[in-house]
Every structure is written in C-alpha cells, then in structure tokens.
Design a protein around this ligand. Sequence first.
Ligand code: F6R
Length: 360
Amino acid sequence: ERGGYKHFMLKEIHEQPGACAQTLQVLVGERGFDLTPWGLPPELLRSLSSVHLVACGTSWHAALVGKFYLETLAGVPCRVDYASEFRYREPLVPPSSLVVGITQSGETADTLAAMRLAKDKQALVGSICNVRGAMAERLSEVKLPTSAGPEIGVASTKAFTSQLVALLVLALAWRRARGEADEALERRLFHLPYDLQQALHTDSSVEGVAGELQHARNALYLGRGVLYPIALEGALKLKEISYVHAEGYPAGEMKHGPIALLDEDFPVIGLCPAFELTEKTLSNLEEVRARKAPVYVVGDGEHPRLREIAQRLVPLPRLPWPLLPIVAVVPLQLLAYRVAVLRGCDVDQPRNLAKSVTVE
Ligand code: F6R
C-alpha cells in the first residue's frame, strides 16, 4: 500500500506532481480559468469586495501564500486568520465578502466553526477541501476541490501543494473575470507537474543537509515575501516529525530579535531563489554567516555569492514567482523527512498528533 516507499510521507511527497496535475485538471481542465461549475461565475467574482481565508496548521500556511496570489494577481483585498482565532473574536466581515475555509480533511473543528460564524455574518462561504462530501464542503456554497487523493501520513504534503494550486487558480480566474487575464501564467501553470518532478531530484543534495542537521537542537528557516510562509511550513514539518525545535521567520525581521540566538550550533535554512527579493534575502544570510551560524540555502544555484556563503546549496530552478512556493516546499518536506528518519522517528505517526483534529 506504500507503493514501495518506506513511509506514506515519502510516497505522498513523490505523488505531488500527479496530485497537482489532477487538482488543476479537475478545477479548470480544458474549460479555461472559469470557476462557474464550482459556484463562482465571473459576474459573482466581480461583485465581491474582499476575501478572508481561515485555516489551521499547514493549511493556514497555504492561506498566507494565497494572500499574495489574490492581492497581487487578482487585485482583491485578502485577509488571513487562524480559524481558532477568527472564531473567538468579533471579526469584521465586510458586505460582499467571500470567506474560504482551507482544509485537507474538511473536518477540522475550528475551521468548521469559523466557516459557520462567517455564514452567520452573511458572507459567501467557500471551501478548498480534499475530501468530497466532508463537512467543510457541506457548509459551503462555493466548493473548490483539491484532488490530491487520500493523504495518510500525518504531516501534510501533497494536500498543501494542491491547496496552493487551487488558490492560484482562484486568483487567475478572478483576474480573468476582471478582464485582465494573465494567459502566459495560465499556460505556464500546466507545466508545474514537471517542475515538481525536477524538485524531487533535489533529494540527493537534501540528504547531505539532513546528515549535518540531524543532531541540531534548533533550526531557523528564513524567507521573504511569498517564501516567508514556506519558511513557516519548513519549520513546522521539521518540528512535527523530527522533534527538532524550529522557527520560520521573515528574513528581514531577524535583526529585530532572533539574531541574538545565533551561534555555530544554530543552523539556518535560507530560501533564496531567483526572484525580486534575492539580494535582500542574501544580505540577511550574510548577517547570519557573520554570527558563525551554519547557512544552508534552498535557492538559485547560479548565484555566485549565494554559493559562497552556503555551507550546502540545494538548487531551485528559475520560475515565475507564483510557482516558487509550490516548488520550494518540496526540498523542505524531504529535509524534514530525512532528518526524522536519521533520528529514528516514527514519520507517519508522530507523537501527540492526529491526522484530523476534530476536537477544539
Ligand atoms: C501539519 C498538518 C496540520 C494540518 C492542520 C489542518 O503537517 O497536517 O497542521 O494542516 O491540522 O488540517 P486540515 O487541513 O485537515 O484542516
């Protein structure tokens, strides 16, 4: 049942090209970027004033990336909340808002409660969900399916990248509804499964990093912009399956506190692909290096200064920025997996965690 893989997590990491292809196929197929079948015809999209994304854990990280997609590509204001925070305050939900619960299982108690609250506040309620007929879908008027297939490993991997695909499709469809379709990006998205296939080939260089990280007690993940949520996700993966304390931080915030922690025993993983913020991120990594902390980079393999400061570099291809988070998370999933295996952890059943959190 694990298809020759040692763990479900590794199998599911490798299923990502297919999971994202299938998600894209089901959501848009040959029809183009028109979400009418899912309850979001172009005239409805045009009438909406804002989006609010609510989720927990890894799905919340997807929401943080989704905010970049929706605001930058579709020009629609987007707010993101932890479902468990949204439900216990008095959130302002402006008229004509779309509130979307992002949830792999569709059964997370806090996410469902946040969606019910949004409904009480007269919002249009939607879901991005991986399980057909789950409660999140039943609560929704707008149902955007991810089609990652069953996810068994407790650590979410292929459901996450599929959520990112669904959010990008939503942003592109919204943009199209406003009469500003980005046809180049729409076409490029169909190539993503090949990019993910390439990203899986980083496993051999990731193994080298894992070997050096396995005895670490702490790790800091740094990223900027659309890669900051991926830093959070990399840190969460490492925490939950290998029990190494890790934090994700926006690289520019490091000097406002966490830099005080750094020394030769505090490895830093920097996300620094070729994008708008390469040089900004690089200068933060140089500050890390100056504190003698080991620097590992997932990023632009053709950047000479980056190669110089990185103790090891896991190369990422050059991609349009919206695809970077989807591809860059793959080596971080592999890294958490490799470290957990080296430390003898139970990868598919980490202690204290359940696959579906149906209690509050
Ligand atoms: C982490 C993980 C959790 C879930 C969270 C939400 O790897 O899997 O953080 O993302 O419990 O679950 P869903 O998406 O089912 O609502």
